[in-house]
Write a protein that binds this ligand. Structure first.
Ligand SMILES: Nc1nc2c(ncn2[C@@H]2O[C@H](COP(=O)(O)OP(=O)(O)OP(=O)(O)O)[C@@H](O)[C@H]2O)c(=O)[nH]1
Ligand SMILES: [Mg+2]
Length: 213
């Protein structure tokens, strides 16, 4: 399969500090869970290609530091970094920790931040968003019921899953579900395999070459 036959879907992982964004990314991209946590890196990016209905889809996954927290990091991050982070986004994993109720409460703030940062008119509706409750391997410390997450997701028209990066539960399923949603939306929108370029221009690339960077 040539490069032109490959789709690229840009996906962001967003959530409070310590919810497990980096571990989810590591688990999905490398199949590893390393209990050492390094959170000083501002933006981490990994790609993994998957096959969806016989098509090769490269998931380009970006994870950031929690720069949205008022008064903490927002001021330190240059706006161009945030713009670059959001540019061409097609899917977002909103992540909370099932053992940390605050991280679930903050999901609504993250949604507002996303709405604010996705500038293109109407683009928010064009981004597929999925809600993930991570760390479901530690049931004893659970603070957020599964039903609560499910209900919130349904109210916001999002898919929902509980996952564990540590125990490798539902990580593959979550990314495949989001990728499928993006693919369905893209095909519904164009009625073909064309897609809009990352720079927002109306020009369409040839069939199957949905390149976002
Ligand atoms: N039990 C359990 N612990 C997890 C899981 N995922 C992550 N952790 C732990 O949670 C802590 C935070 O994980 P990270 O992946 O660094 O969290 P993050 O969201 O990237 O945090 P920041 O980069 O600071 O925003 C680490 O101590 C991980 O080992 C999980 O599925 N289960
Ligand atoms: Mg991290």
């Amino acid at each position: 399969m040539s490069k032109a036959d490959e789709y690229v879907f840009k996906i962001l992982l967003i959530g409070d500090r310590d919810v497990g964004k980096t571990k989810i990314l590591d688990r999905f991209s490398d199949g590893v869970f390393d209990s050492m946590s390094i959170s000083y890196i501002r933006v981490k990016l990994h790609s993994r290609s998957i096959e969806l209905d016989g098509k090769i889809v490269k998931l380009q996954i970006w994870v950031s530091f929690d720069w949205f927290k008022p008064g903490i990091l927002e001021v330190e991050v240059h706006p161009s970094v945030i713009d670059r982070y959001y540019k061409g986004v097609m899917g977002i994993m909103l992540i909370y920790d099932i053992c940390n109720a605050k991280s679930f409460d903050n999901i609504k703030h993250h949604i507002r931040s996303i709405e604010r940062h996705i500038q293109i008119e109407g683009a928010f509706r064009d981004v597929e968003i999925m809600l993930l409750g991570n760390k479901c391997d530690i049931e004893d410390e659970r603070q957020v019921h599964k039903d609560t997450g499910e209900r919130f997701a349904a109210e916001h028209g999002m898919k929902f899953m509980e996952v564990s990066a540590r125990a490798s539960i539902n990580i593959e399923e979550a990314f495949f579900t989001l990728a499928r949603q993006i693919m369905n939306r893209k095909e519904d929108a164009t009625g073909s395999d064309d897609c809009t370029l990352e720079d927002g221009s109306d020009e369409l690339r040839p069939k199957n070459s949905c390149v976002v960077q």
